[in-house]
Design a protein around this ligand. Structure first.
Ligand code: HEC
Ligand code: HEC
Ligand code: HEC
Ligand code: HEC
Ligand code: HEC
Ligand code: HEC
Ligand code: HEC
Ligand code: HEC
Ligand code: HEC
Length: 415
């Protein structure tokens, strides 16, 4: 078993050997002699996934790898040279859109990048309007050091991707002629998602492509960008769909989550977002006398959540006091966690935009918070009761000791 594994590894290395040892493949050997060690294609190429999978310069550029001089290379019929910006998509797609070829190398790799690219704003402008400033394959993937999204050096690795898109989209001068905002990268960096991904390296948080799709068409399971949040925030999206906002928003062309949370500058949420006065988001669309139950509902939800928060705080204080007095509070601590859970669930239930749904959760939390309060208070009573008992016992023992002492003294005198 082990031997055959070693054999496979050896065969793999042999397949790579022309590249690894710089022999036979004259392209690399010769180019290494004169190219810059930092920026020369032949040096960068070591990090490229194509090199790592055993492909060489000629697989992309064409030409005869045995030729000994560049003039001979250029004369070869299959020499493709260097593609222009507009030629790059087809240059890459020659392999990547060829299912038979790609299947041999990696059956799980999709072969739809060119199709999707063509459906994106980038591809449409590139082909229909001959726009030279939109992204082509190598604007996003780099060239000669292309990596998969899993390789840390890759321009498409989640930690590097926002910067890759930002190269153009955050450059106000470059984007000036299009009249679209150039704040996406800055906003994203300050958002809960950007902070989670770029500062805490939480790969569960979305980078640009998780929302926009890798190649411009929306990501899997999403028909319009408005639905993309529901890929990860399943509960909120589900509640929204059953809420009165579902129909109202689609009739008024309001996007599902963005209307209240924005798209790039999504900040951490808090209770002040719901209510019938500024800064609650509800007042952006609802007015006191607009004839629907919007603000009434907002008010009830806000009150219910506030009430639970207060009860939770109170329970927390009493519980901490009981703990500090050394009482056994394991059961109450457990129950206290459930209060917190109810609060979290109530905040999610906000997305039903229905006071009863929220109150079902807050009532559950309130009952538990009250139990914690009552139990913790009686533990504190018990503590004082015990201390009183201990005090009495001490007085009693002292009196006894004194009496005993006097008795002994008397006995000694009598003797
Ligand atoms: C004996 C050295 C040598 C060999 C072998 C060689 N090249 Fe080059 N190549 C050069 C030099 C030098 C240049 C740039 C100067 C020039 O214009 O000739 C160059 C330029 C290029 C360019 C830039 C575009 C162009 O046409 O000028 C590409 C692409 C290229 N080589 C690819 C290849 C590939 C692919 C192979 C192998 C099939 C290869 N080279 C083999 C020396 C070599
Ligand atoms: C995955 C395909 C691919 C492979 C493999 C590849 N190249 Fe390229 N190469 C390109 C593309 C695309 C361009 C055009 C870059 C641009 O427009 O900025 C390019 C441009 C070039 C250029 C001219 C521009 C420059 O950066 O100086 C040279 C020279 C070159 N390649 C040499 C090589 C050599 C040598 C190798 C092997 C070590 C190689 N390439 C392997 C795709 C490839
Ligand atoms: C000669 C065929 C060929 C050409 C041309 C080609 N590729 Fe590739 N590419 C491959 C193969 C083979 C793999 C490795 C697939 C595997 O084994 O996982 C690959 C892998 C990749 C990957 C990594 C995929 C992943 O996530 O694992 C990216 C990204 C990529 N290529 C982009 C490009 C770009 C951009 C171009 C054009 C500049 C290009 N390729 C040109 C054959 C090619
Ligand atoms: C706007 C930026 C962008 C453009 C343009 C782009 N890609 Fe990608 N591509 C990505 C991102 C982001 C990923 C996901 C991370 C990864 O796997 O590298 C990706 C993934 C891939 C993959 C891995 C498999 C997959 O589909 O997820 C291949 C292969 C690939 N791209 C090839 C291409 C080719 C070929 C083109 C040009 C026709 C192209 N890309 C254009 C950003 C881009
Ligand atoms: C080479 C520069 C460049 C890069 C890199 C780039 N883009 Fe673009 N992008 C453009 C240009 C130019 C447009 C056209 C603007 C327009 O028509 O509104 C555009 C358009 C778009 C649009 C459509 C905007 C609209 O009008 O609604 C989206 C969305 C977009 N890009 C997202 C991305 C994402 C996500 C990435 C990274 C994965 C990325 N872009 C990388 C240059 C770039
Ligand atoms: C959490 C999801 C999400 C993330 C992450 C995200 N976007 Fe967006 N983006 C959206 C939505 C939603 C829209 C609005 C689309 C619409 O209304 O059709 C949008 C719009 C855009 C537009 C069109 C112009 C505009 O500002 O309205 C561009 C360009 C864009 N995003 C680029 C980016 C770039 C670059 C990144 C990464 C730095 C990024 N986005 C990250 C969801 C996201
Ligand atoms: C790829 C998965 C993913 C996508 C897509 C996504 N998010 Fe998130 N979102 C997360 C993660 C993970 C967090 C938690 C970040 C943290 O730990 O601070 C989060 C946090 C949030 C928060 C803060 C929650 C709080 O506790 O205050 C809001 C609001 C939010 N997202 C809204 C959205 C909206 C709106 C969209 C669509 C435009 C969206 N998300 C798209 C994964 C995603
Ligand atoms: C982006 C605009 C917008 C925001 C923000 C908004 N709503 Fe609404 N809401 C609407 C629209 C439009 C309707 C439908 C109004 C109608 O039918 O008269 C509606 C309807 C409702 C209804 C149903 C009213 C009824 O009488 O059937 C409730 C309840 C509601 N909203 C609660 C809220 C709450 C709570 C908030 C704040 C968390 C909020 N809304 C924020 C736009 C919004
Ligand atoms: C009408 C306004 C409105 C809409 C639309 C809306 N939200 Fe919220 N969202 C809120 C409010 C208000 C809060 C804060 C509740 C609190 O803290 O008491 C919140 C809190 C959140 C939270 C943190 C609490 C939790 O559930 O964990 C997330 C995540 C979130 N929203 C995601 C979404 C997503 C995803 C969508 C789209 C499906 C969406 N929201 C649509 C108003 C809205």
């Amino acid at each position: 078993m082990i031997r055959s594994k070693h054999l496979a590894l050896l065969l793999g290395l042999l397949a790579l050997s022309p590249l690894v040892f710089g022999q036979e493949d004259n392209c690399v050997t010769c180019h290494r002699e004169f190219e810059d060690e930092q920026t020369g294609p032949s040096h960068m190429f070591v990090r490229d996934i194509h090199a790592q999978k055993g492909l060489g310069c000629a697989d992309c550029h064409g030409g005869d790898t045995a030729a000994e001089d560049m003039e001979d290379v250029r004369r070869a019929k299959n020499y493709r040279g260097v593609p222009t910006h507009r030629q790059v998509p087809d240059f890459c797609a020659r392999c990547h859109s060829d299912p038979a070829y790609m299947h041999e190398h990696n059956p799980s790799l999709p072969t739809d990048q060119l199709d999707k690219y063509k459906s994106s704003v980038h591809g449409q402008r590139m082909f229909r309007e001959r726009d030279a400033k939109v992204a082509d394959c190598i604007s996003c993937h780099s060239v000669h050091e292309i990596g998969s999204g899993l390789m840390p050096h890759s321009s498409t690795h989640p930690l590097n991707l926002p910067q890759t898109c930002g190269k153009c989209h955050a450059d106000a001068e470059y984007m000036a002629e299009y009249g679209i905002p150039t704040t996406q990268l800055d906003d994203y960096r300050q958002s809960v998602h950007g902070i989670a991904l770029l500062e805490r390296h939480d790969l569960g948080a979305p980078a640009c492509n998780d929302c926009h799709g890798n190649h411009g068409a929306a990501p899997p399971g999403v028909t319009s960008l408005a639905a993309v949040c529901g890929n990860c925030h399943v509960l909120e999206a589900g509640l929204f769909k059953g809420s009165p906002h579902q129909e109202a928003f689609s009739q008024n062309d309001l996007p599902m989550c963005e209307s209240c949370h924005s798209n790039h500058l999504i900040v951490e949420t808090s209770d002040i977002m719901v209510g019938s006065a500024e800064p609650a988001v509800c007042v952006q669309c609802h007015e006191p006398d607009d004839g629907n139950a919007g603000l009434q509902t907002a008010m009830s939800i806000s009150t219910a959540i506030k009430e639970l928060r207060l009860a939770q705080e109170e329970a927390g204080k009493i519980l901490a006091e009981a703990g500090a007095k050394g009482m056994m509070i394991t059961d109450e601590e457990f129950l206290y966690k459930e209060v917190n859970q109810a609060l979290i669930q109530a905040r999610t239930q906000v997305h039903a935009f229905n006071a009863d749904s929220v109150m079902a959760k807050t009532t559950e939390g309130l009952t538990k918070a009250e139990t914690v309060q009552t139990n913790a208070a009686s533990l504190i009573d018990e503590y004082y009761f015990r201390r009183k008992g201990l005090g009495l016992a001490t007085v009693f023992i002292t009196i006894l000791a004194v009496a005993l002492y006097l008795k002994i003294r008397r006995l000694e005198k009598n003797q």
